[in-house]
Design a protein around this ligand. Structure first.
Ligand SMILES: [Zn+2]
Length: 327
């Protein structure tokens, strides 16, 4: 089922934190990845957190982000309904107050992330707090970020990363009232390799301990986790992390699956004399393409299957497999 209720999502993360497991929050921008993820999560008997960035909404809405959010939201709801697992939508890396308001008004997301992490501490507090106030009474959770994550995500880019300061994290949570806290431990947005990262897992642990001590315990979020090894993810789950954001991994799996499929079936799509690959080929030569391979649904099914395998594997790593609250 598709769950639009923030309090249900809170329960999901609280149970994960108590039970020592986590969720991979998965970015989508189109139906194949989305359906693959829902399929795979259902097979894992795990609940699922999907994410949309503003640019993904714009893509889906052909430039109109709200139209895109409504369309993909409806799509998610229709595909998720009738299944036993819970499917939630988080809005990823939002910055613009008007768009956040519009997104919340659609009634679709159960959480939004305000990313003001590139601002100075006081400005970040102020902006994040404003979003918490906006979402109050709307049953929408707010994720805010403290620390900076290197790389580029949805038009926000940072050359440098800096680690989250555990002391500041307490002050930040207390003053903003955010429901989830995204921290920087040295991961990167985009493609990065676990072995090359200067990962500071101790920061997650210290932030978590400090928050607990102050009675401010929150689910911690790691962005840019596509490059983390499974071992690194497992270790972070034990340090208060309940949500790992992944986007690049699925984009890569999507492209690789399509590339391999089209390579394997090139002769079904292009004639030997490739320069003639146009409409005329159909009319003028004895060669004809093979619909069994060029129908976009054929490659799309492969992509969905692959994405389904990936999320099942990830649910195993984070421990959310078999833990759905709705089965
Ligand atoms: Zn991110």
């Amino acid at each position: 089922m598709f769950v639009r209720v923030g309090e249900e999502l809170r329960k999901l993360y609280q149970n994960a934190k108590k039970g020592g497991y986590a969720f991979v929050a998965s970015n989508v921008a189109e139906p194949n990845t989305m359906i693959g993820l829902i399929e795979g999560a259902e097979r894992s008997k795990s609940d699922l957190v999907l994410q949309l960035s503003r640019s993904a909404c714009e893509f889906a809405g052909d430039g109109d982000a709200v139209a895109g959010l409504r369309s993909l939201g409806n799509y998610m709801e229709n595909i998720a309904d009738g299944r036993d697992i819970g499917v939630f939508l988080n809005m990823d890396h939002l910055q613009d107050l008007d768009f956040i308001r519009e997104a919340v008004e659609t009634g679709t997301p159960s959480s939004v992330m305000i990313d003001a992490s590139e601002k100075e501490f006081e400005d970040n507090v102020e902006k994040s707090k404003k979003i918490v106030e906006l979402c109050e009474g709307e049953n929408v959770l707010v994720e805010a970020e403290l620390g900076r994550i290197k790389g580029s995500e949805d038009g926000v880019s940072s050359q440098e990363s800096y680690y989250t300061d555990p002391e500041k994290a307490c002050e930040f949570v207390e003053r903003t009232g955010c429901d989830l806290l995204a921290i920087s431990i040295g991961t990167q947005h985009g493609v990065s390799k676990g072995k090359d990262l200067n990962l500071r897992m101790d920061i997650a642990e210290r932030v978590d301990k400090k928050l607990r001590k102050e009675g401010l315990e929150r689910p911690l979020v790691i962005h840019g986790s596509s490059g983390l090894t499974h071992g690194q993810m497992e270790e972070l789950v034990g340090k208060g992390v309940c949500k790992f954001n992944k986007d690049t991994r699925y984009q890569y799996e999507y492209a690789k699956t399509a590339l391999e499929f089209y390579r394997e079936h090139e002769e079904s799509i292009l004639p030997e004399e490739k320069s003639k690959a146009s409409n005329e080929v159909f009319a003028e030569s004895g060669w004809s393409p093979n619909k069994d391979h060029f129908d976009p649904r054929v490659v799309s099914r492969k992509i969905r299957e692959r994405i389904s395998e990936v999320i099942q594997e990830l649910n195993e790593v984070t421990g959310s497999r078999g833990k759905s609250l709705y089965i």
